[in-house]
Design a binder for this molecule. Structure first.
Ligand code: NAD
Length: 499
């Protein structure tokens, strides 16, 4: 099966078949040029039903395949992704806008989960206890849940799908993958790579769509689990609707990540980190730093160092090797970031660097790196997840004020602290109510053997995603109690067994 990305309309992939016919479709843009580059079909309920039935059939034989054979698919997939990462990176950049090195970064993080999943035999080991009572043994198995749905956001068009589908498939499930309709071609490439790695048809099905498709997924009786990553209002909707329809759900939401800079911090390292985490991927990362919390009198020198570093940053097409910051995903995202920036002075903040002024190309969806000082809670620039290259500086007097500010925020995805003092760092780890913490690390990226996820309005559900927690999410426990009595040992026992 070969998928040509030059085709005008990309395909759904169901049971190994490419399907482009659709009553509805939608444009995909290159955000660096503003041009429509292809179209994506939007599935109706009938197509979703076909995909789910196909998945349910394929899952029966997939879960029955020997685990060593299942593992081979992941070893081969990892090799394909490693060897052909340039092709995937080009696709990501064309539809998302991020730079090529940044696209390679997300591929590397997705690949790490594929490699983690190659050890699936280890991750699927259950537990057992011998002789829980006389001649009685108990074992606890991890079995797949069946057909699972994975609904992914635009900002990591390869990494987040690879987080979800690799683990779901490794655990013996079949998948309905609904990628973001804004940059779905990376997922089409990944599905083809899975197929080349030997995954049987029907185990991974790609169903393109929008909110109507998602809502049909949430109510579909055959789908047993839903994994979602996206914005907070949608994550909340996914969690409540899918739970109400009896599914297990993990729904990761939006973020407003703070980076605390203590007075004793290495200011150059803090400024470098603020630039990298604030403006990398044009601020369109769930782990982007968007608020700098400057403690004591550190704000003025820190701002000076950040300003110096903003000046040489080049805004442009992510496909060009000299570009530092690419475009935002849509014209609407750009206009929203512009409007939030415009609101800042009216609400009492001070724009130190105005990224709207560095934009010369109005065809692409660009906003330049921006820095806003004297930001306070209640201001739009503080409250909203801008998802653009806008860094706010909040000045506070003390460590305690910094912790209170962050713990009062409704988002709790990631947080960072820059300090040279181990004791302050340790207190911060203990005090802060956020799911992922970086100490002198601005973006705690996902690491395969650990999990990924926030707290509060950044995650709805009980489990983090990625790594071992995902193996738990995509499996259900079965406890088997057994004994092999001799005929002479068998007797009627009407009382509830006691030990
Ligand atoms: P989004 O919520 O707009 O879309 C995510 C998915 O939901 C897409 O597949 C989309 O088709 C679907 N969707 C959109 N509107 C819907 C609706 N009304 N009903 C049902 N489904 C709907 O998110 P996005 O703009 O694609 O991604 C950016 C967001 O994702 C940011 O908020 C970012 O912080 C968040 N994010 C979070 C994490 C994390 O780990 N917490 C990781 C990546 C991205």
């Amino acid at each position: 099966m070969t998928i040509s990305l030059s085709t005008q309309t990309i395909s759904h992939l169901i049971g190994g078949q490419q399907i482009t016919e659709s009553a509805r479709d939608q444009a995909i843009y290159n955000p660096a040029t503003g041009e429509e580059i292809r179209r994506v079909p939007l599935a109706d309920n009938e197509l979703l039903d076909t995909a789910v039935e196909t998945a349910a059939q394929a899952q029966k034989s997939w879960r029955a395949l020997g685990l060593a054979k299942r593992s081979q698919v992941f070893f081969k997939l990892a090799a394909i992704i490693r060897d052909e990462a340039d092709d995937l990176a080009r696709i990501i950049t064309e539809e998302h806008g991020k730079t090529i090195p940044d696209a390679h970064g997300e591929i590397a993080r997705g690949l790490e989960n594929v490699e983690f999943c190659a050890g699936l035999m280890h991750h699927l080991k259950g537990e057992s206890a011998e002789q829980v009572a006389g001649g009685v043994d108990v074992e606890q198995l991890k079995q797949p849940v069946g057909v699972v749905a994975c609904i992914t956001p635009f900002n990591f068009p390869a990494m987040v799908p690879l987080w979800m589908i690799s683990t779901a498939i490794a655990a013996g499930n079949a998948v309905i993958l609904k990628p973001s309709e804004r940059d779905p071609s990376a997922v089409v490439w990944i599905a083809e790579a899975f197929s080349r790695a030997g995954l049987p048809d029907g185990v991974l099905n790609v169903v393109h769509g929008d909110k109507d498709t998602v809502n049909a997924i949430l109510e579909h009786p055959t789908i047993k689990a839903v994994s979602f990553v996206g914005s907070t209002p949608i994550a909340r909707h996914i969690y409540s609707t899918a739970s109400a329809h009896g599914k297990r759900v993990q729904a990761l939401g939006g973020a407003k990540n703070h980076m605390v800079v203590m007075p004793d911090a290495d200011l150059d390292a803090a400024a470098d980190a603020a630039i990298s985490a604030g403006y990398g991927s044009a601020g369109q990362r769930c782990m982007a730093v968007s608020v700098l919390v400057a403690v004591g009198d550190i704000a003025d020198p820190l701002i000076e160092k950040i300003k110096e570093r903003i000046t040489p940053l080049k805004l442009g097409n992510g496909a060009d090797s000299d570009t530092d910051i690419g475009p935002l995903i849509t014209a609407q995202a750009r206009d929203r970031a512009d409007q939030i920036l415009a609101s800042a002075p009216d609400e009492g903040a001070e724009i130190v660097v105005d990224g709207r002024e560095s934009v010369t190309d109005r065809d692409g969806f660009f906003v330049g790196a921006s820095l806003v000082d004297h930001v306070k809670p209640g201001m739009t620039v503080y409250e909203e997840e801008i998802f653009g290259p806008v860094l706010s500086v909040v000045r506070v007097d003390s460590y305690q004020d910094a912790v209170e500010l962050i713990n009062s925020n409704r988002y709790a995805n990631g947080v960072a602290m820059f300090t040279r003092d181990g004791r302050t760092a340790r207190e911060f780890k203990f005090d802060i109510e956020v799911g992922m913490v970086g100490i002198n690390v601005p973006i705690p990226v996902p690491v395969g053997a650990f999990s990924f996820g926030g707290w509060k309005d950044s995650l709805f559900g009980d489990t983090h995603m990625y790594g071992p927690e995902s193996f738990n999410f995509y499996t259900r426990r079965k406890v088997v109690t057994s004994r092999w009595p001799l005929p002479s040992e068998s007797q009627i026992e009407l009382g509830f067994p006691s030990n």
